[in-house]
Write a protein of this length. Structure first.
Length: 216
């Protein structure tokens, strides 16, 4: 059983990660800015803000893994970069006698290479607001890649190009920096199976200091 602090636990991905982790018997603390928001029963609720390194440190102390499933919503995509820096900064402030937890970040698909070579974010027809979100995810990943794994054991999980509500099959394929496509050329994953893969990573610790991706 892992002790997990989960930021973004009330969001579309965070809710599924919380449910998946609780269903496997993990000890999950949902870190939320507004404790009045409903959270799945079985999780401890802690008031906190991923953008505040001191708040991150408080949530991280005594946990094995800190997960960030936050998104910008309709706000500034740059919050993703700020959150990544706050996560690492907060974990790094833990004293020498306090073990540093692993950090797992929900990433984006924009920085993945397509089978044709260009990045997903460079594809024609991508709406500018979506492209801005992709670039912010990419900047957050670029920052994480500057963090030595010996300092913080971090991992970033990028989804397929298309992700949304669907079926939990428990079956998926993994890659590192290349977009996964099926035989029809489609890149997709259900949000439920994305949550499965993220909790699998919590349990397996298979990609320290790496970004990896998922698809069918």
């Amino acid at each position: 059983m892992a002790k997990i602090a989960l930021f973004g636990a009330t969001g579309s991905i965070g809710t599924l990660v919380l449910r998946e982790a609780l269903g496997r018997g993990h000890d999950v603390t949902a870190v939320v800015r507004d404790p009045a928001k409903p959270v799945d029963s079985g999780a401890e609720v802690l008031r906190g803000d991923v953008l505040d390194p001191h708040s991150v440190a408080e949530a991280a102390a005594g946990r094995d893994v800190v997960v960030s499933a936050i998104g910008p919503g309709s706000g500034d995509p740059g919050v993703l970069v700020t959150a990544a820096k706050s996560l690492i900064g907060g974990v790094c402030t833990l004293g020498p006698d306090v073990p540093r937890p692993r950090v797992i970040v929900v990433g984006g698909a924009g920085s993945l290479r397509t089978p044709e070579g260009p990045l997903v974010s460079e594809a024609a027809g991508v709406a500018e607001p979506v492209r801005a979100l992709m670039h912010a995810h990419g900047e957050a990943l670029d920052f994480l890649r500057t963090v030595p794994v010996e300092e913080v054991r971090w991992t970033c999980l990028s989804p397929a190009a298309q992700i949304g509500p669907g079926e939990r099959t428990g079956t998926y394929r993994l890659a590192l920096d290349d977009l996964i496509v099926d035989v029809d050329g489609r890149s997709h994953i259900s949000a439920e199976d994305y949550a499965v893969a993220l909790v699998d990573e919590i349990e397996r610790d298979a990609h320290p200091g790496r970004r990896f991706t998922i698809g069918y």
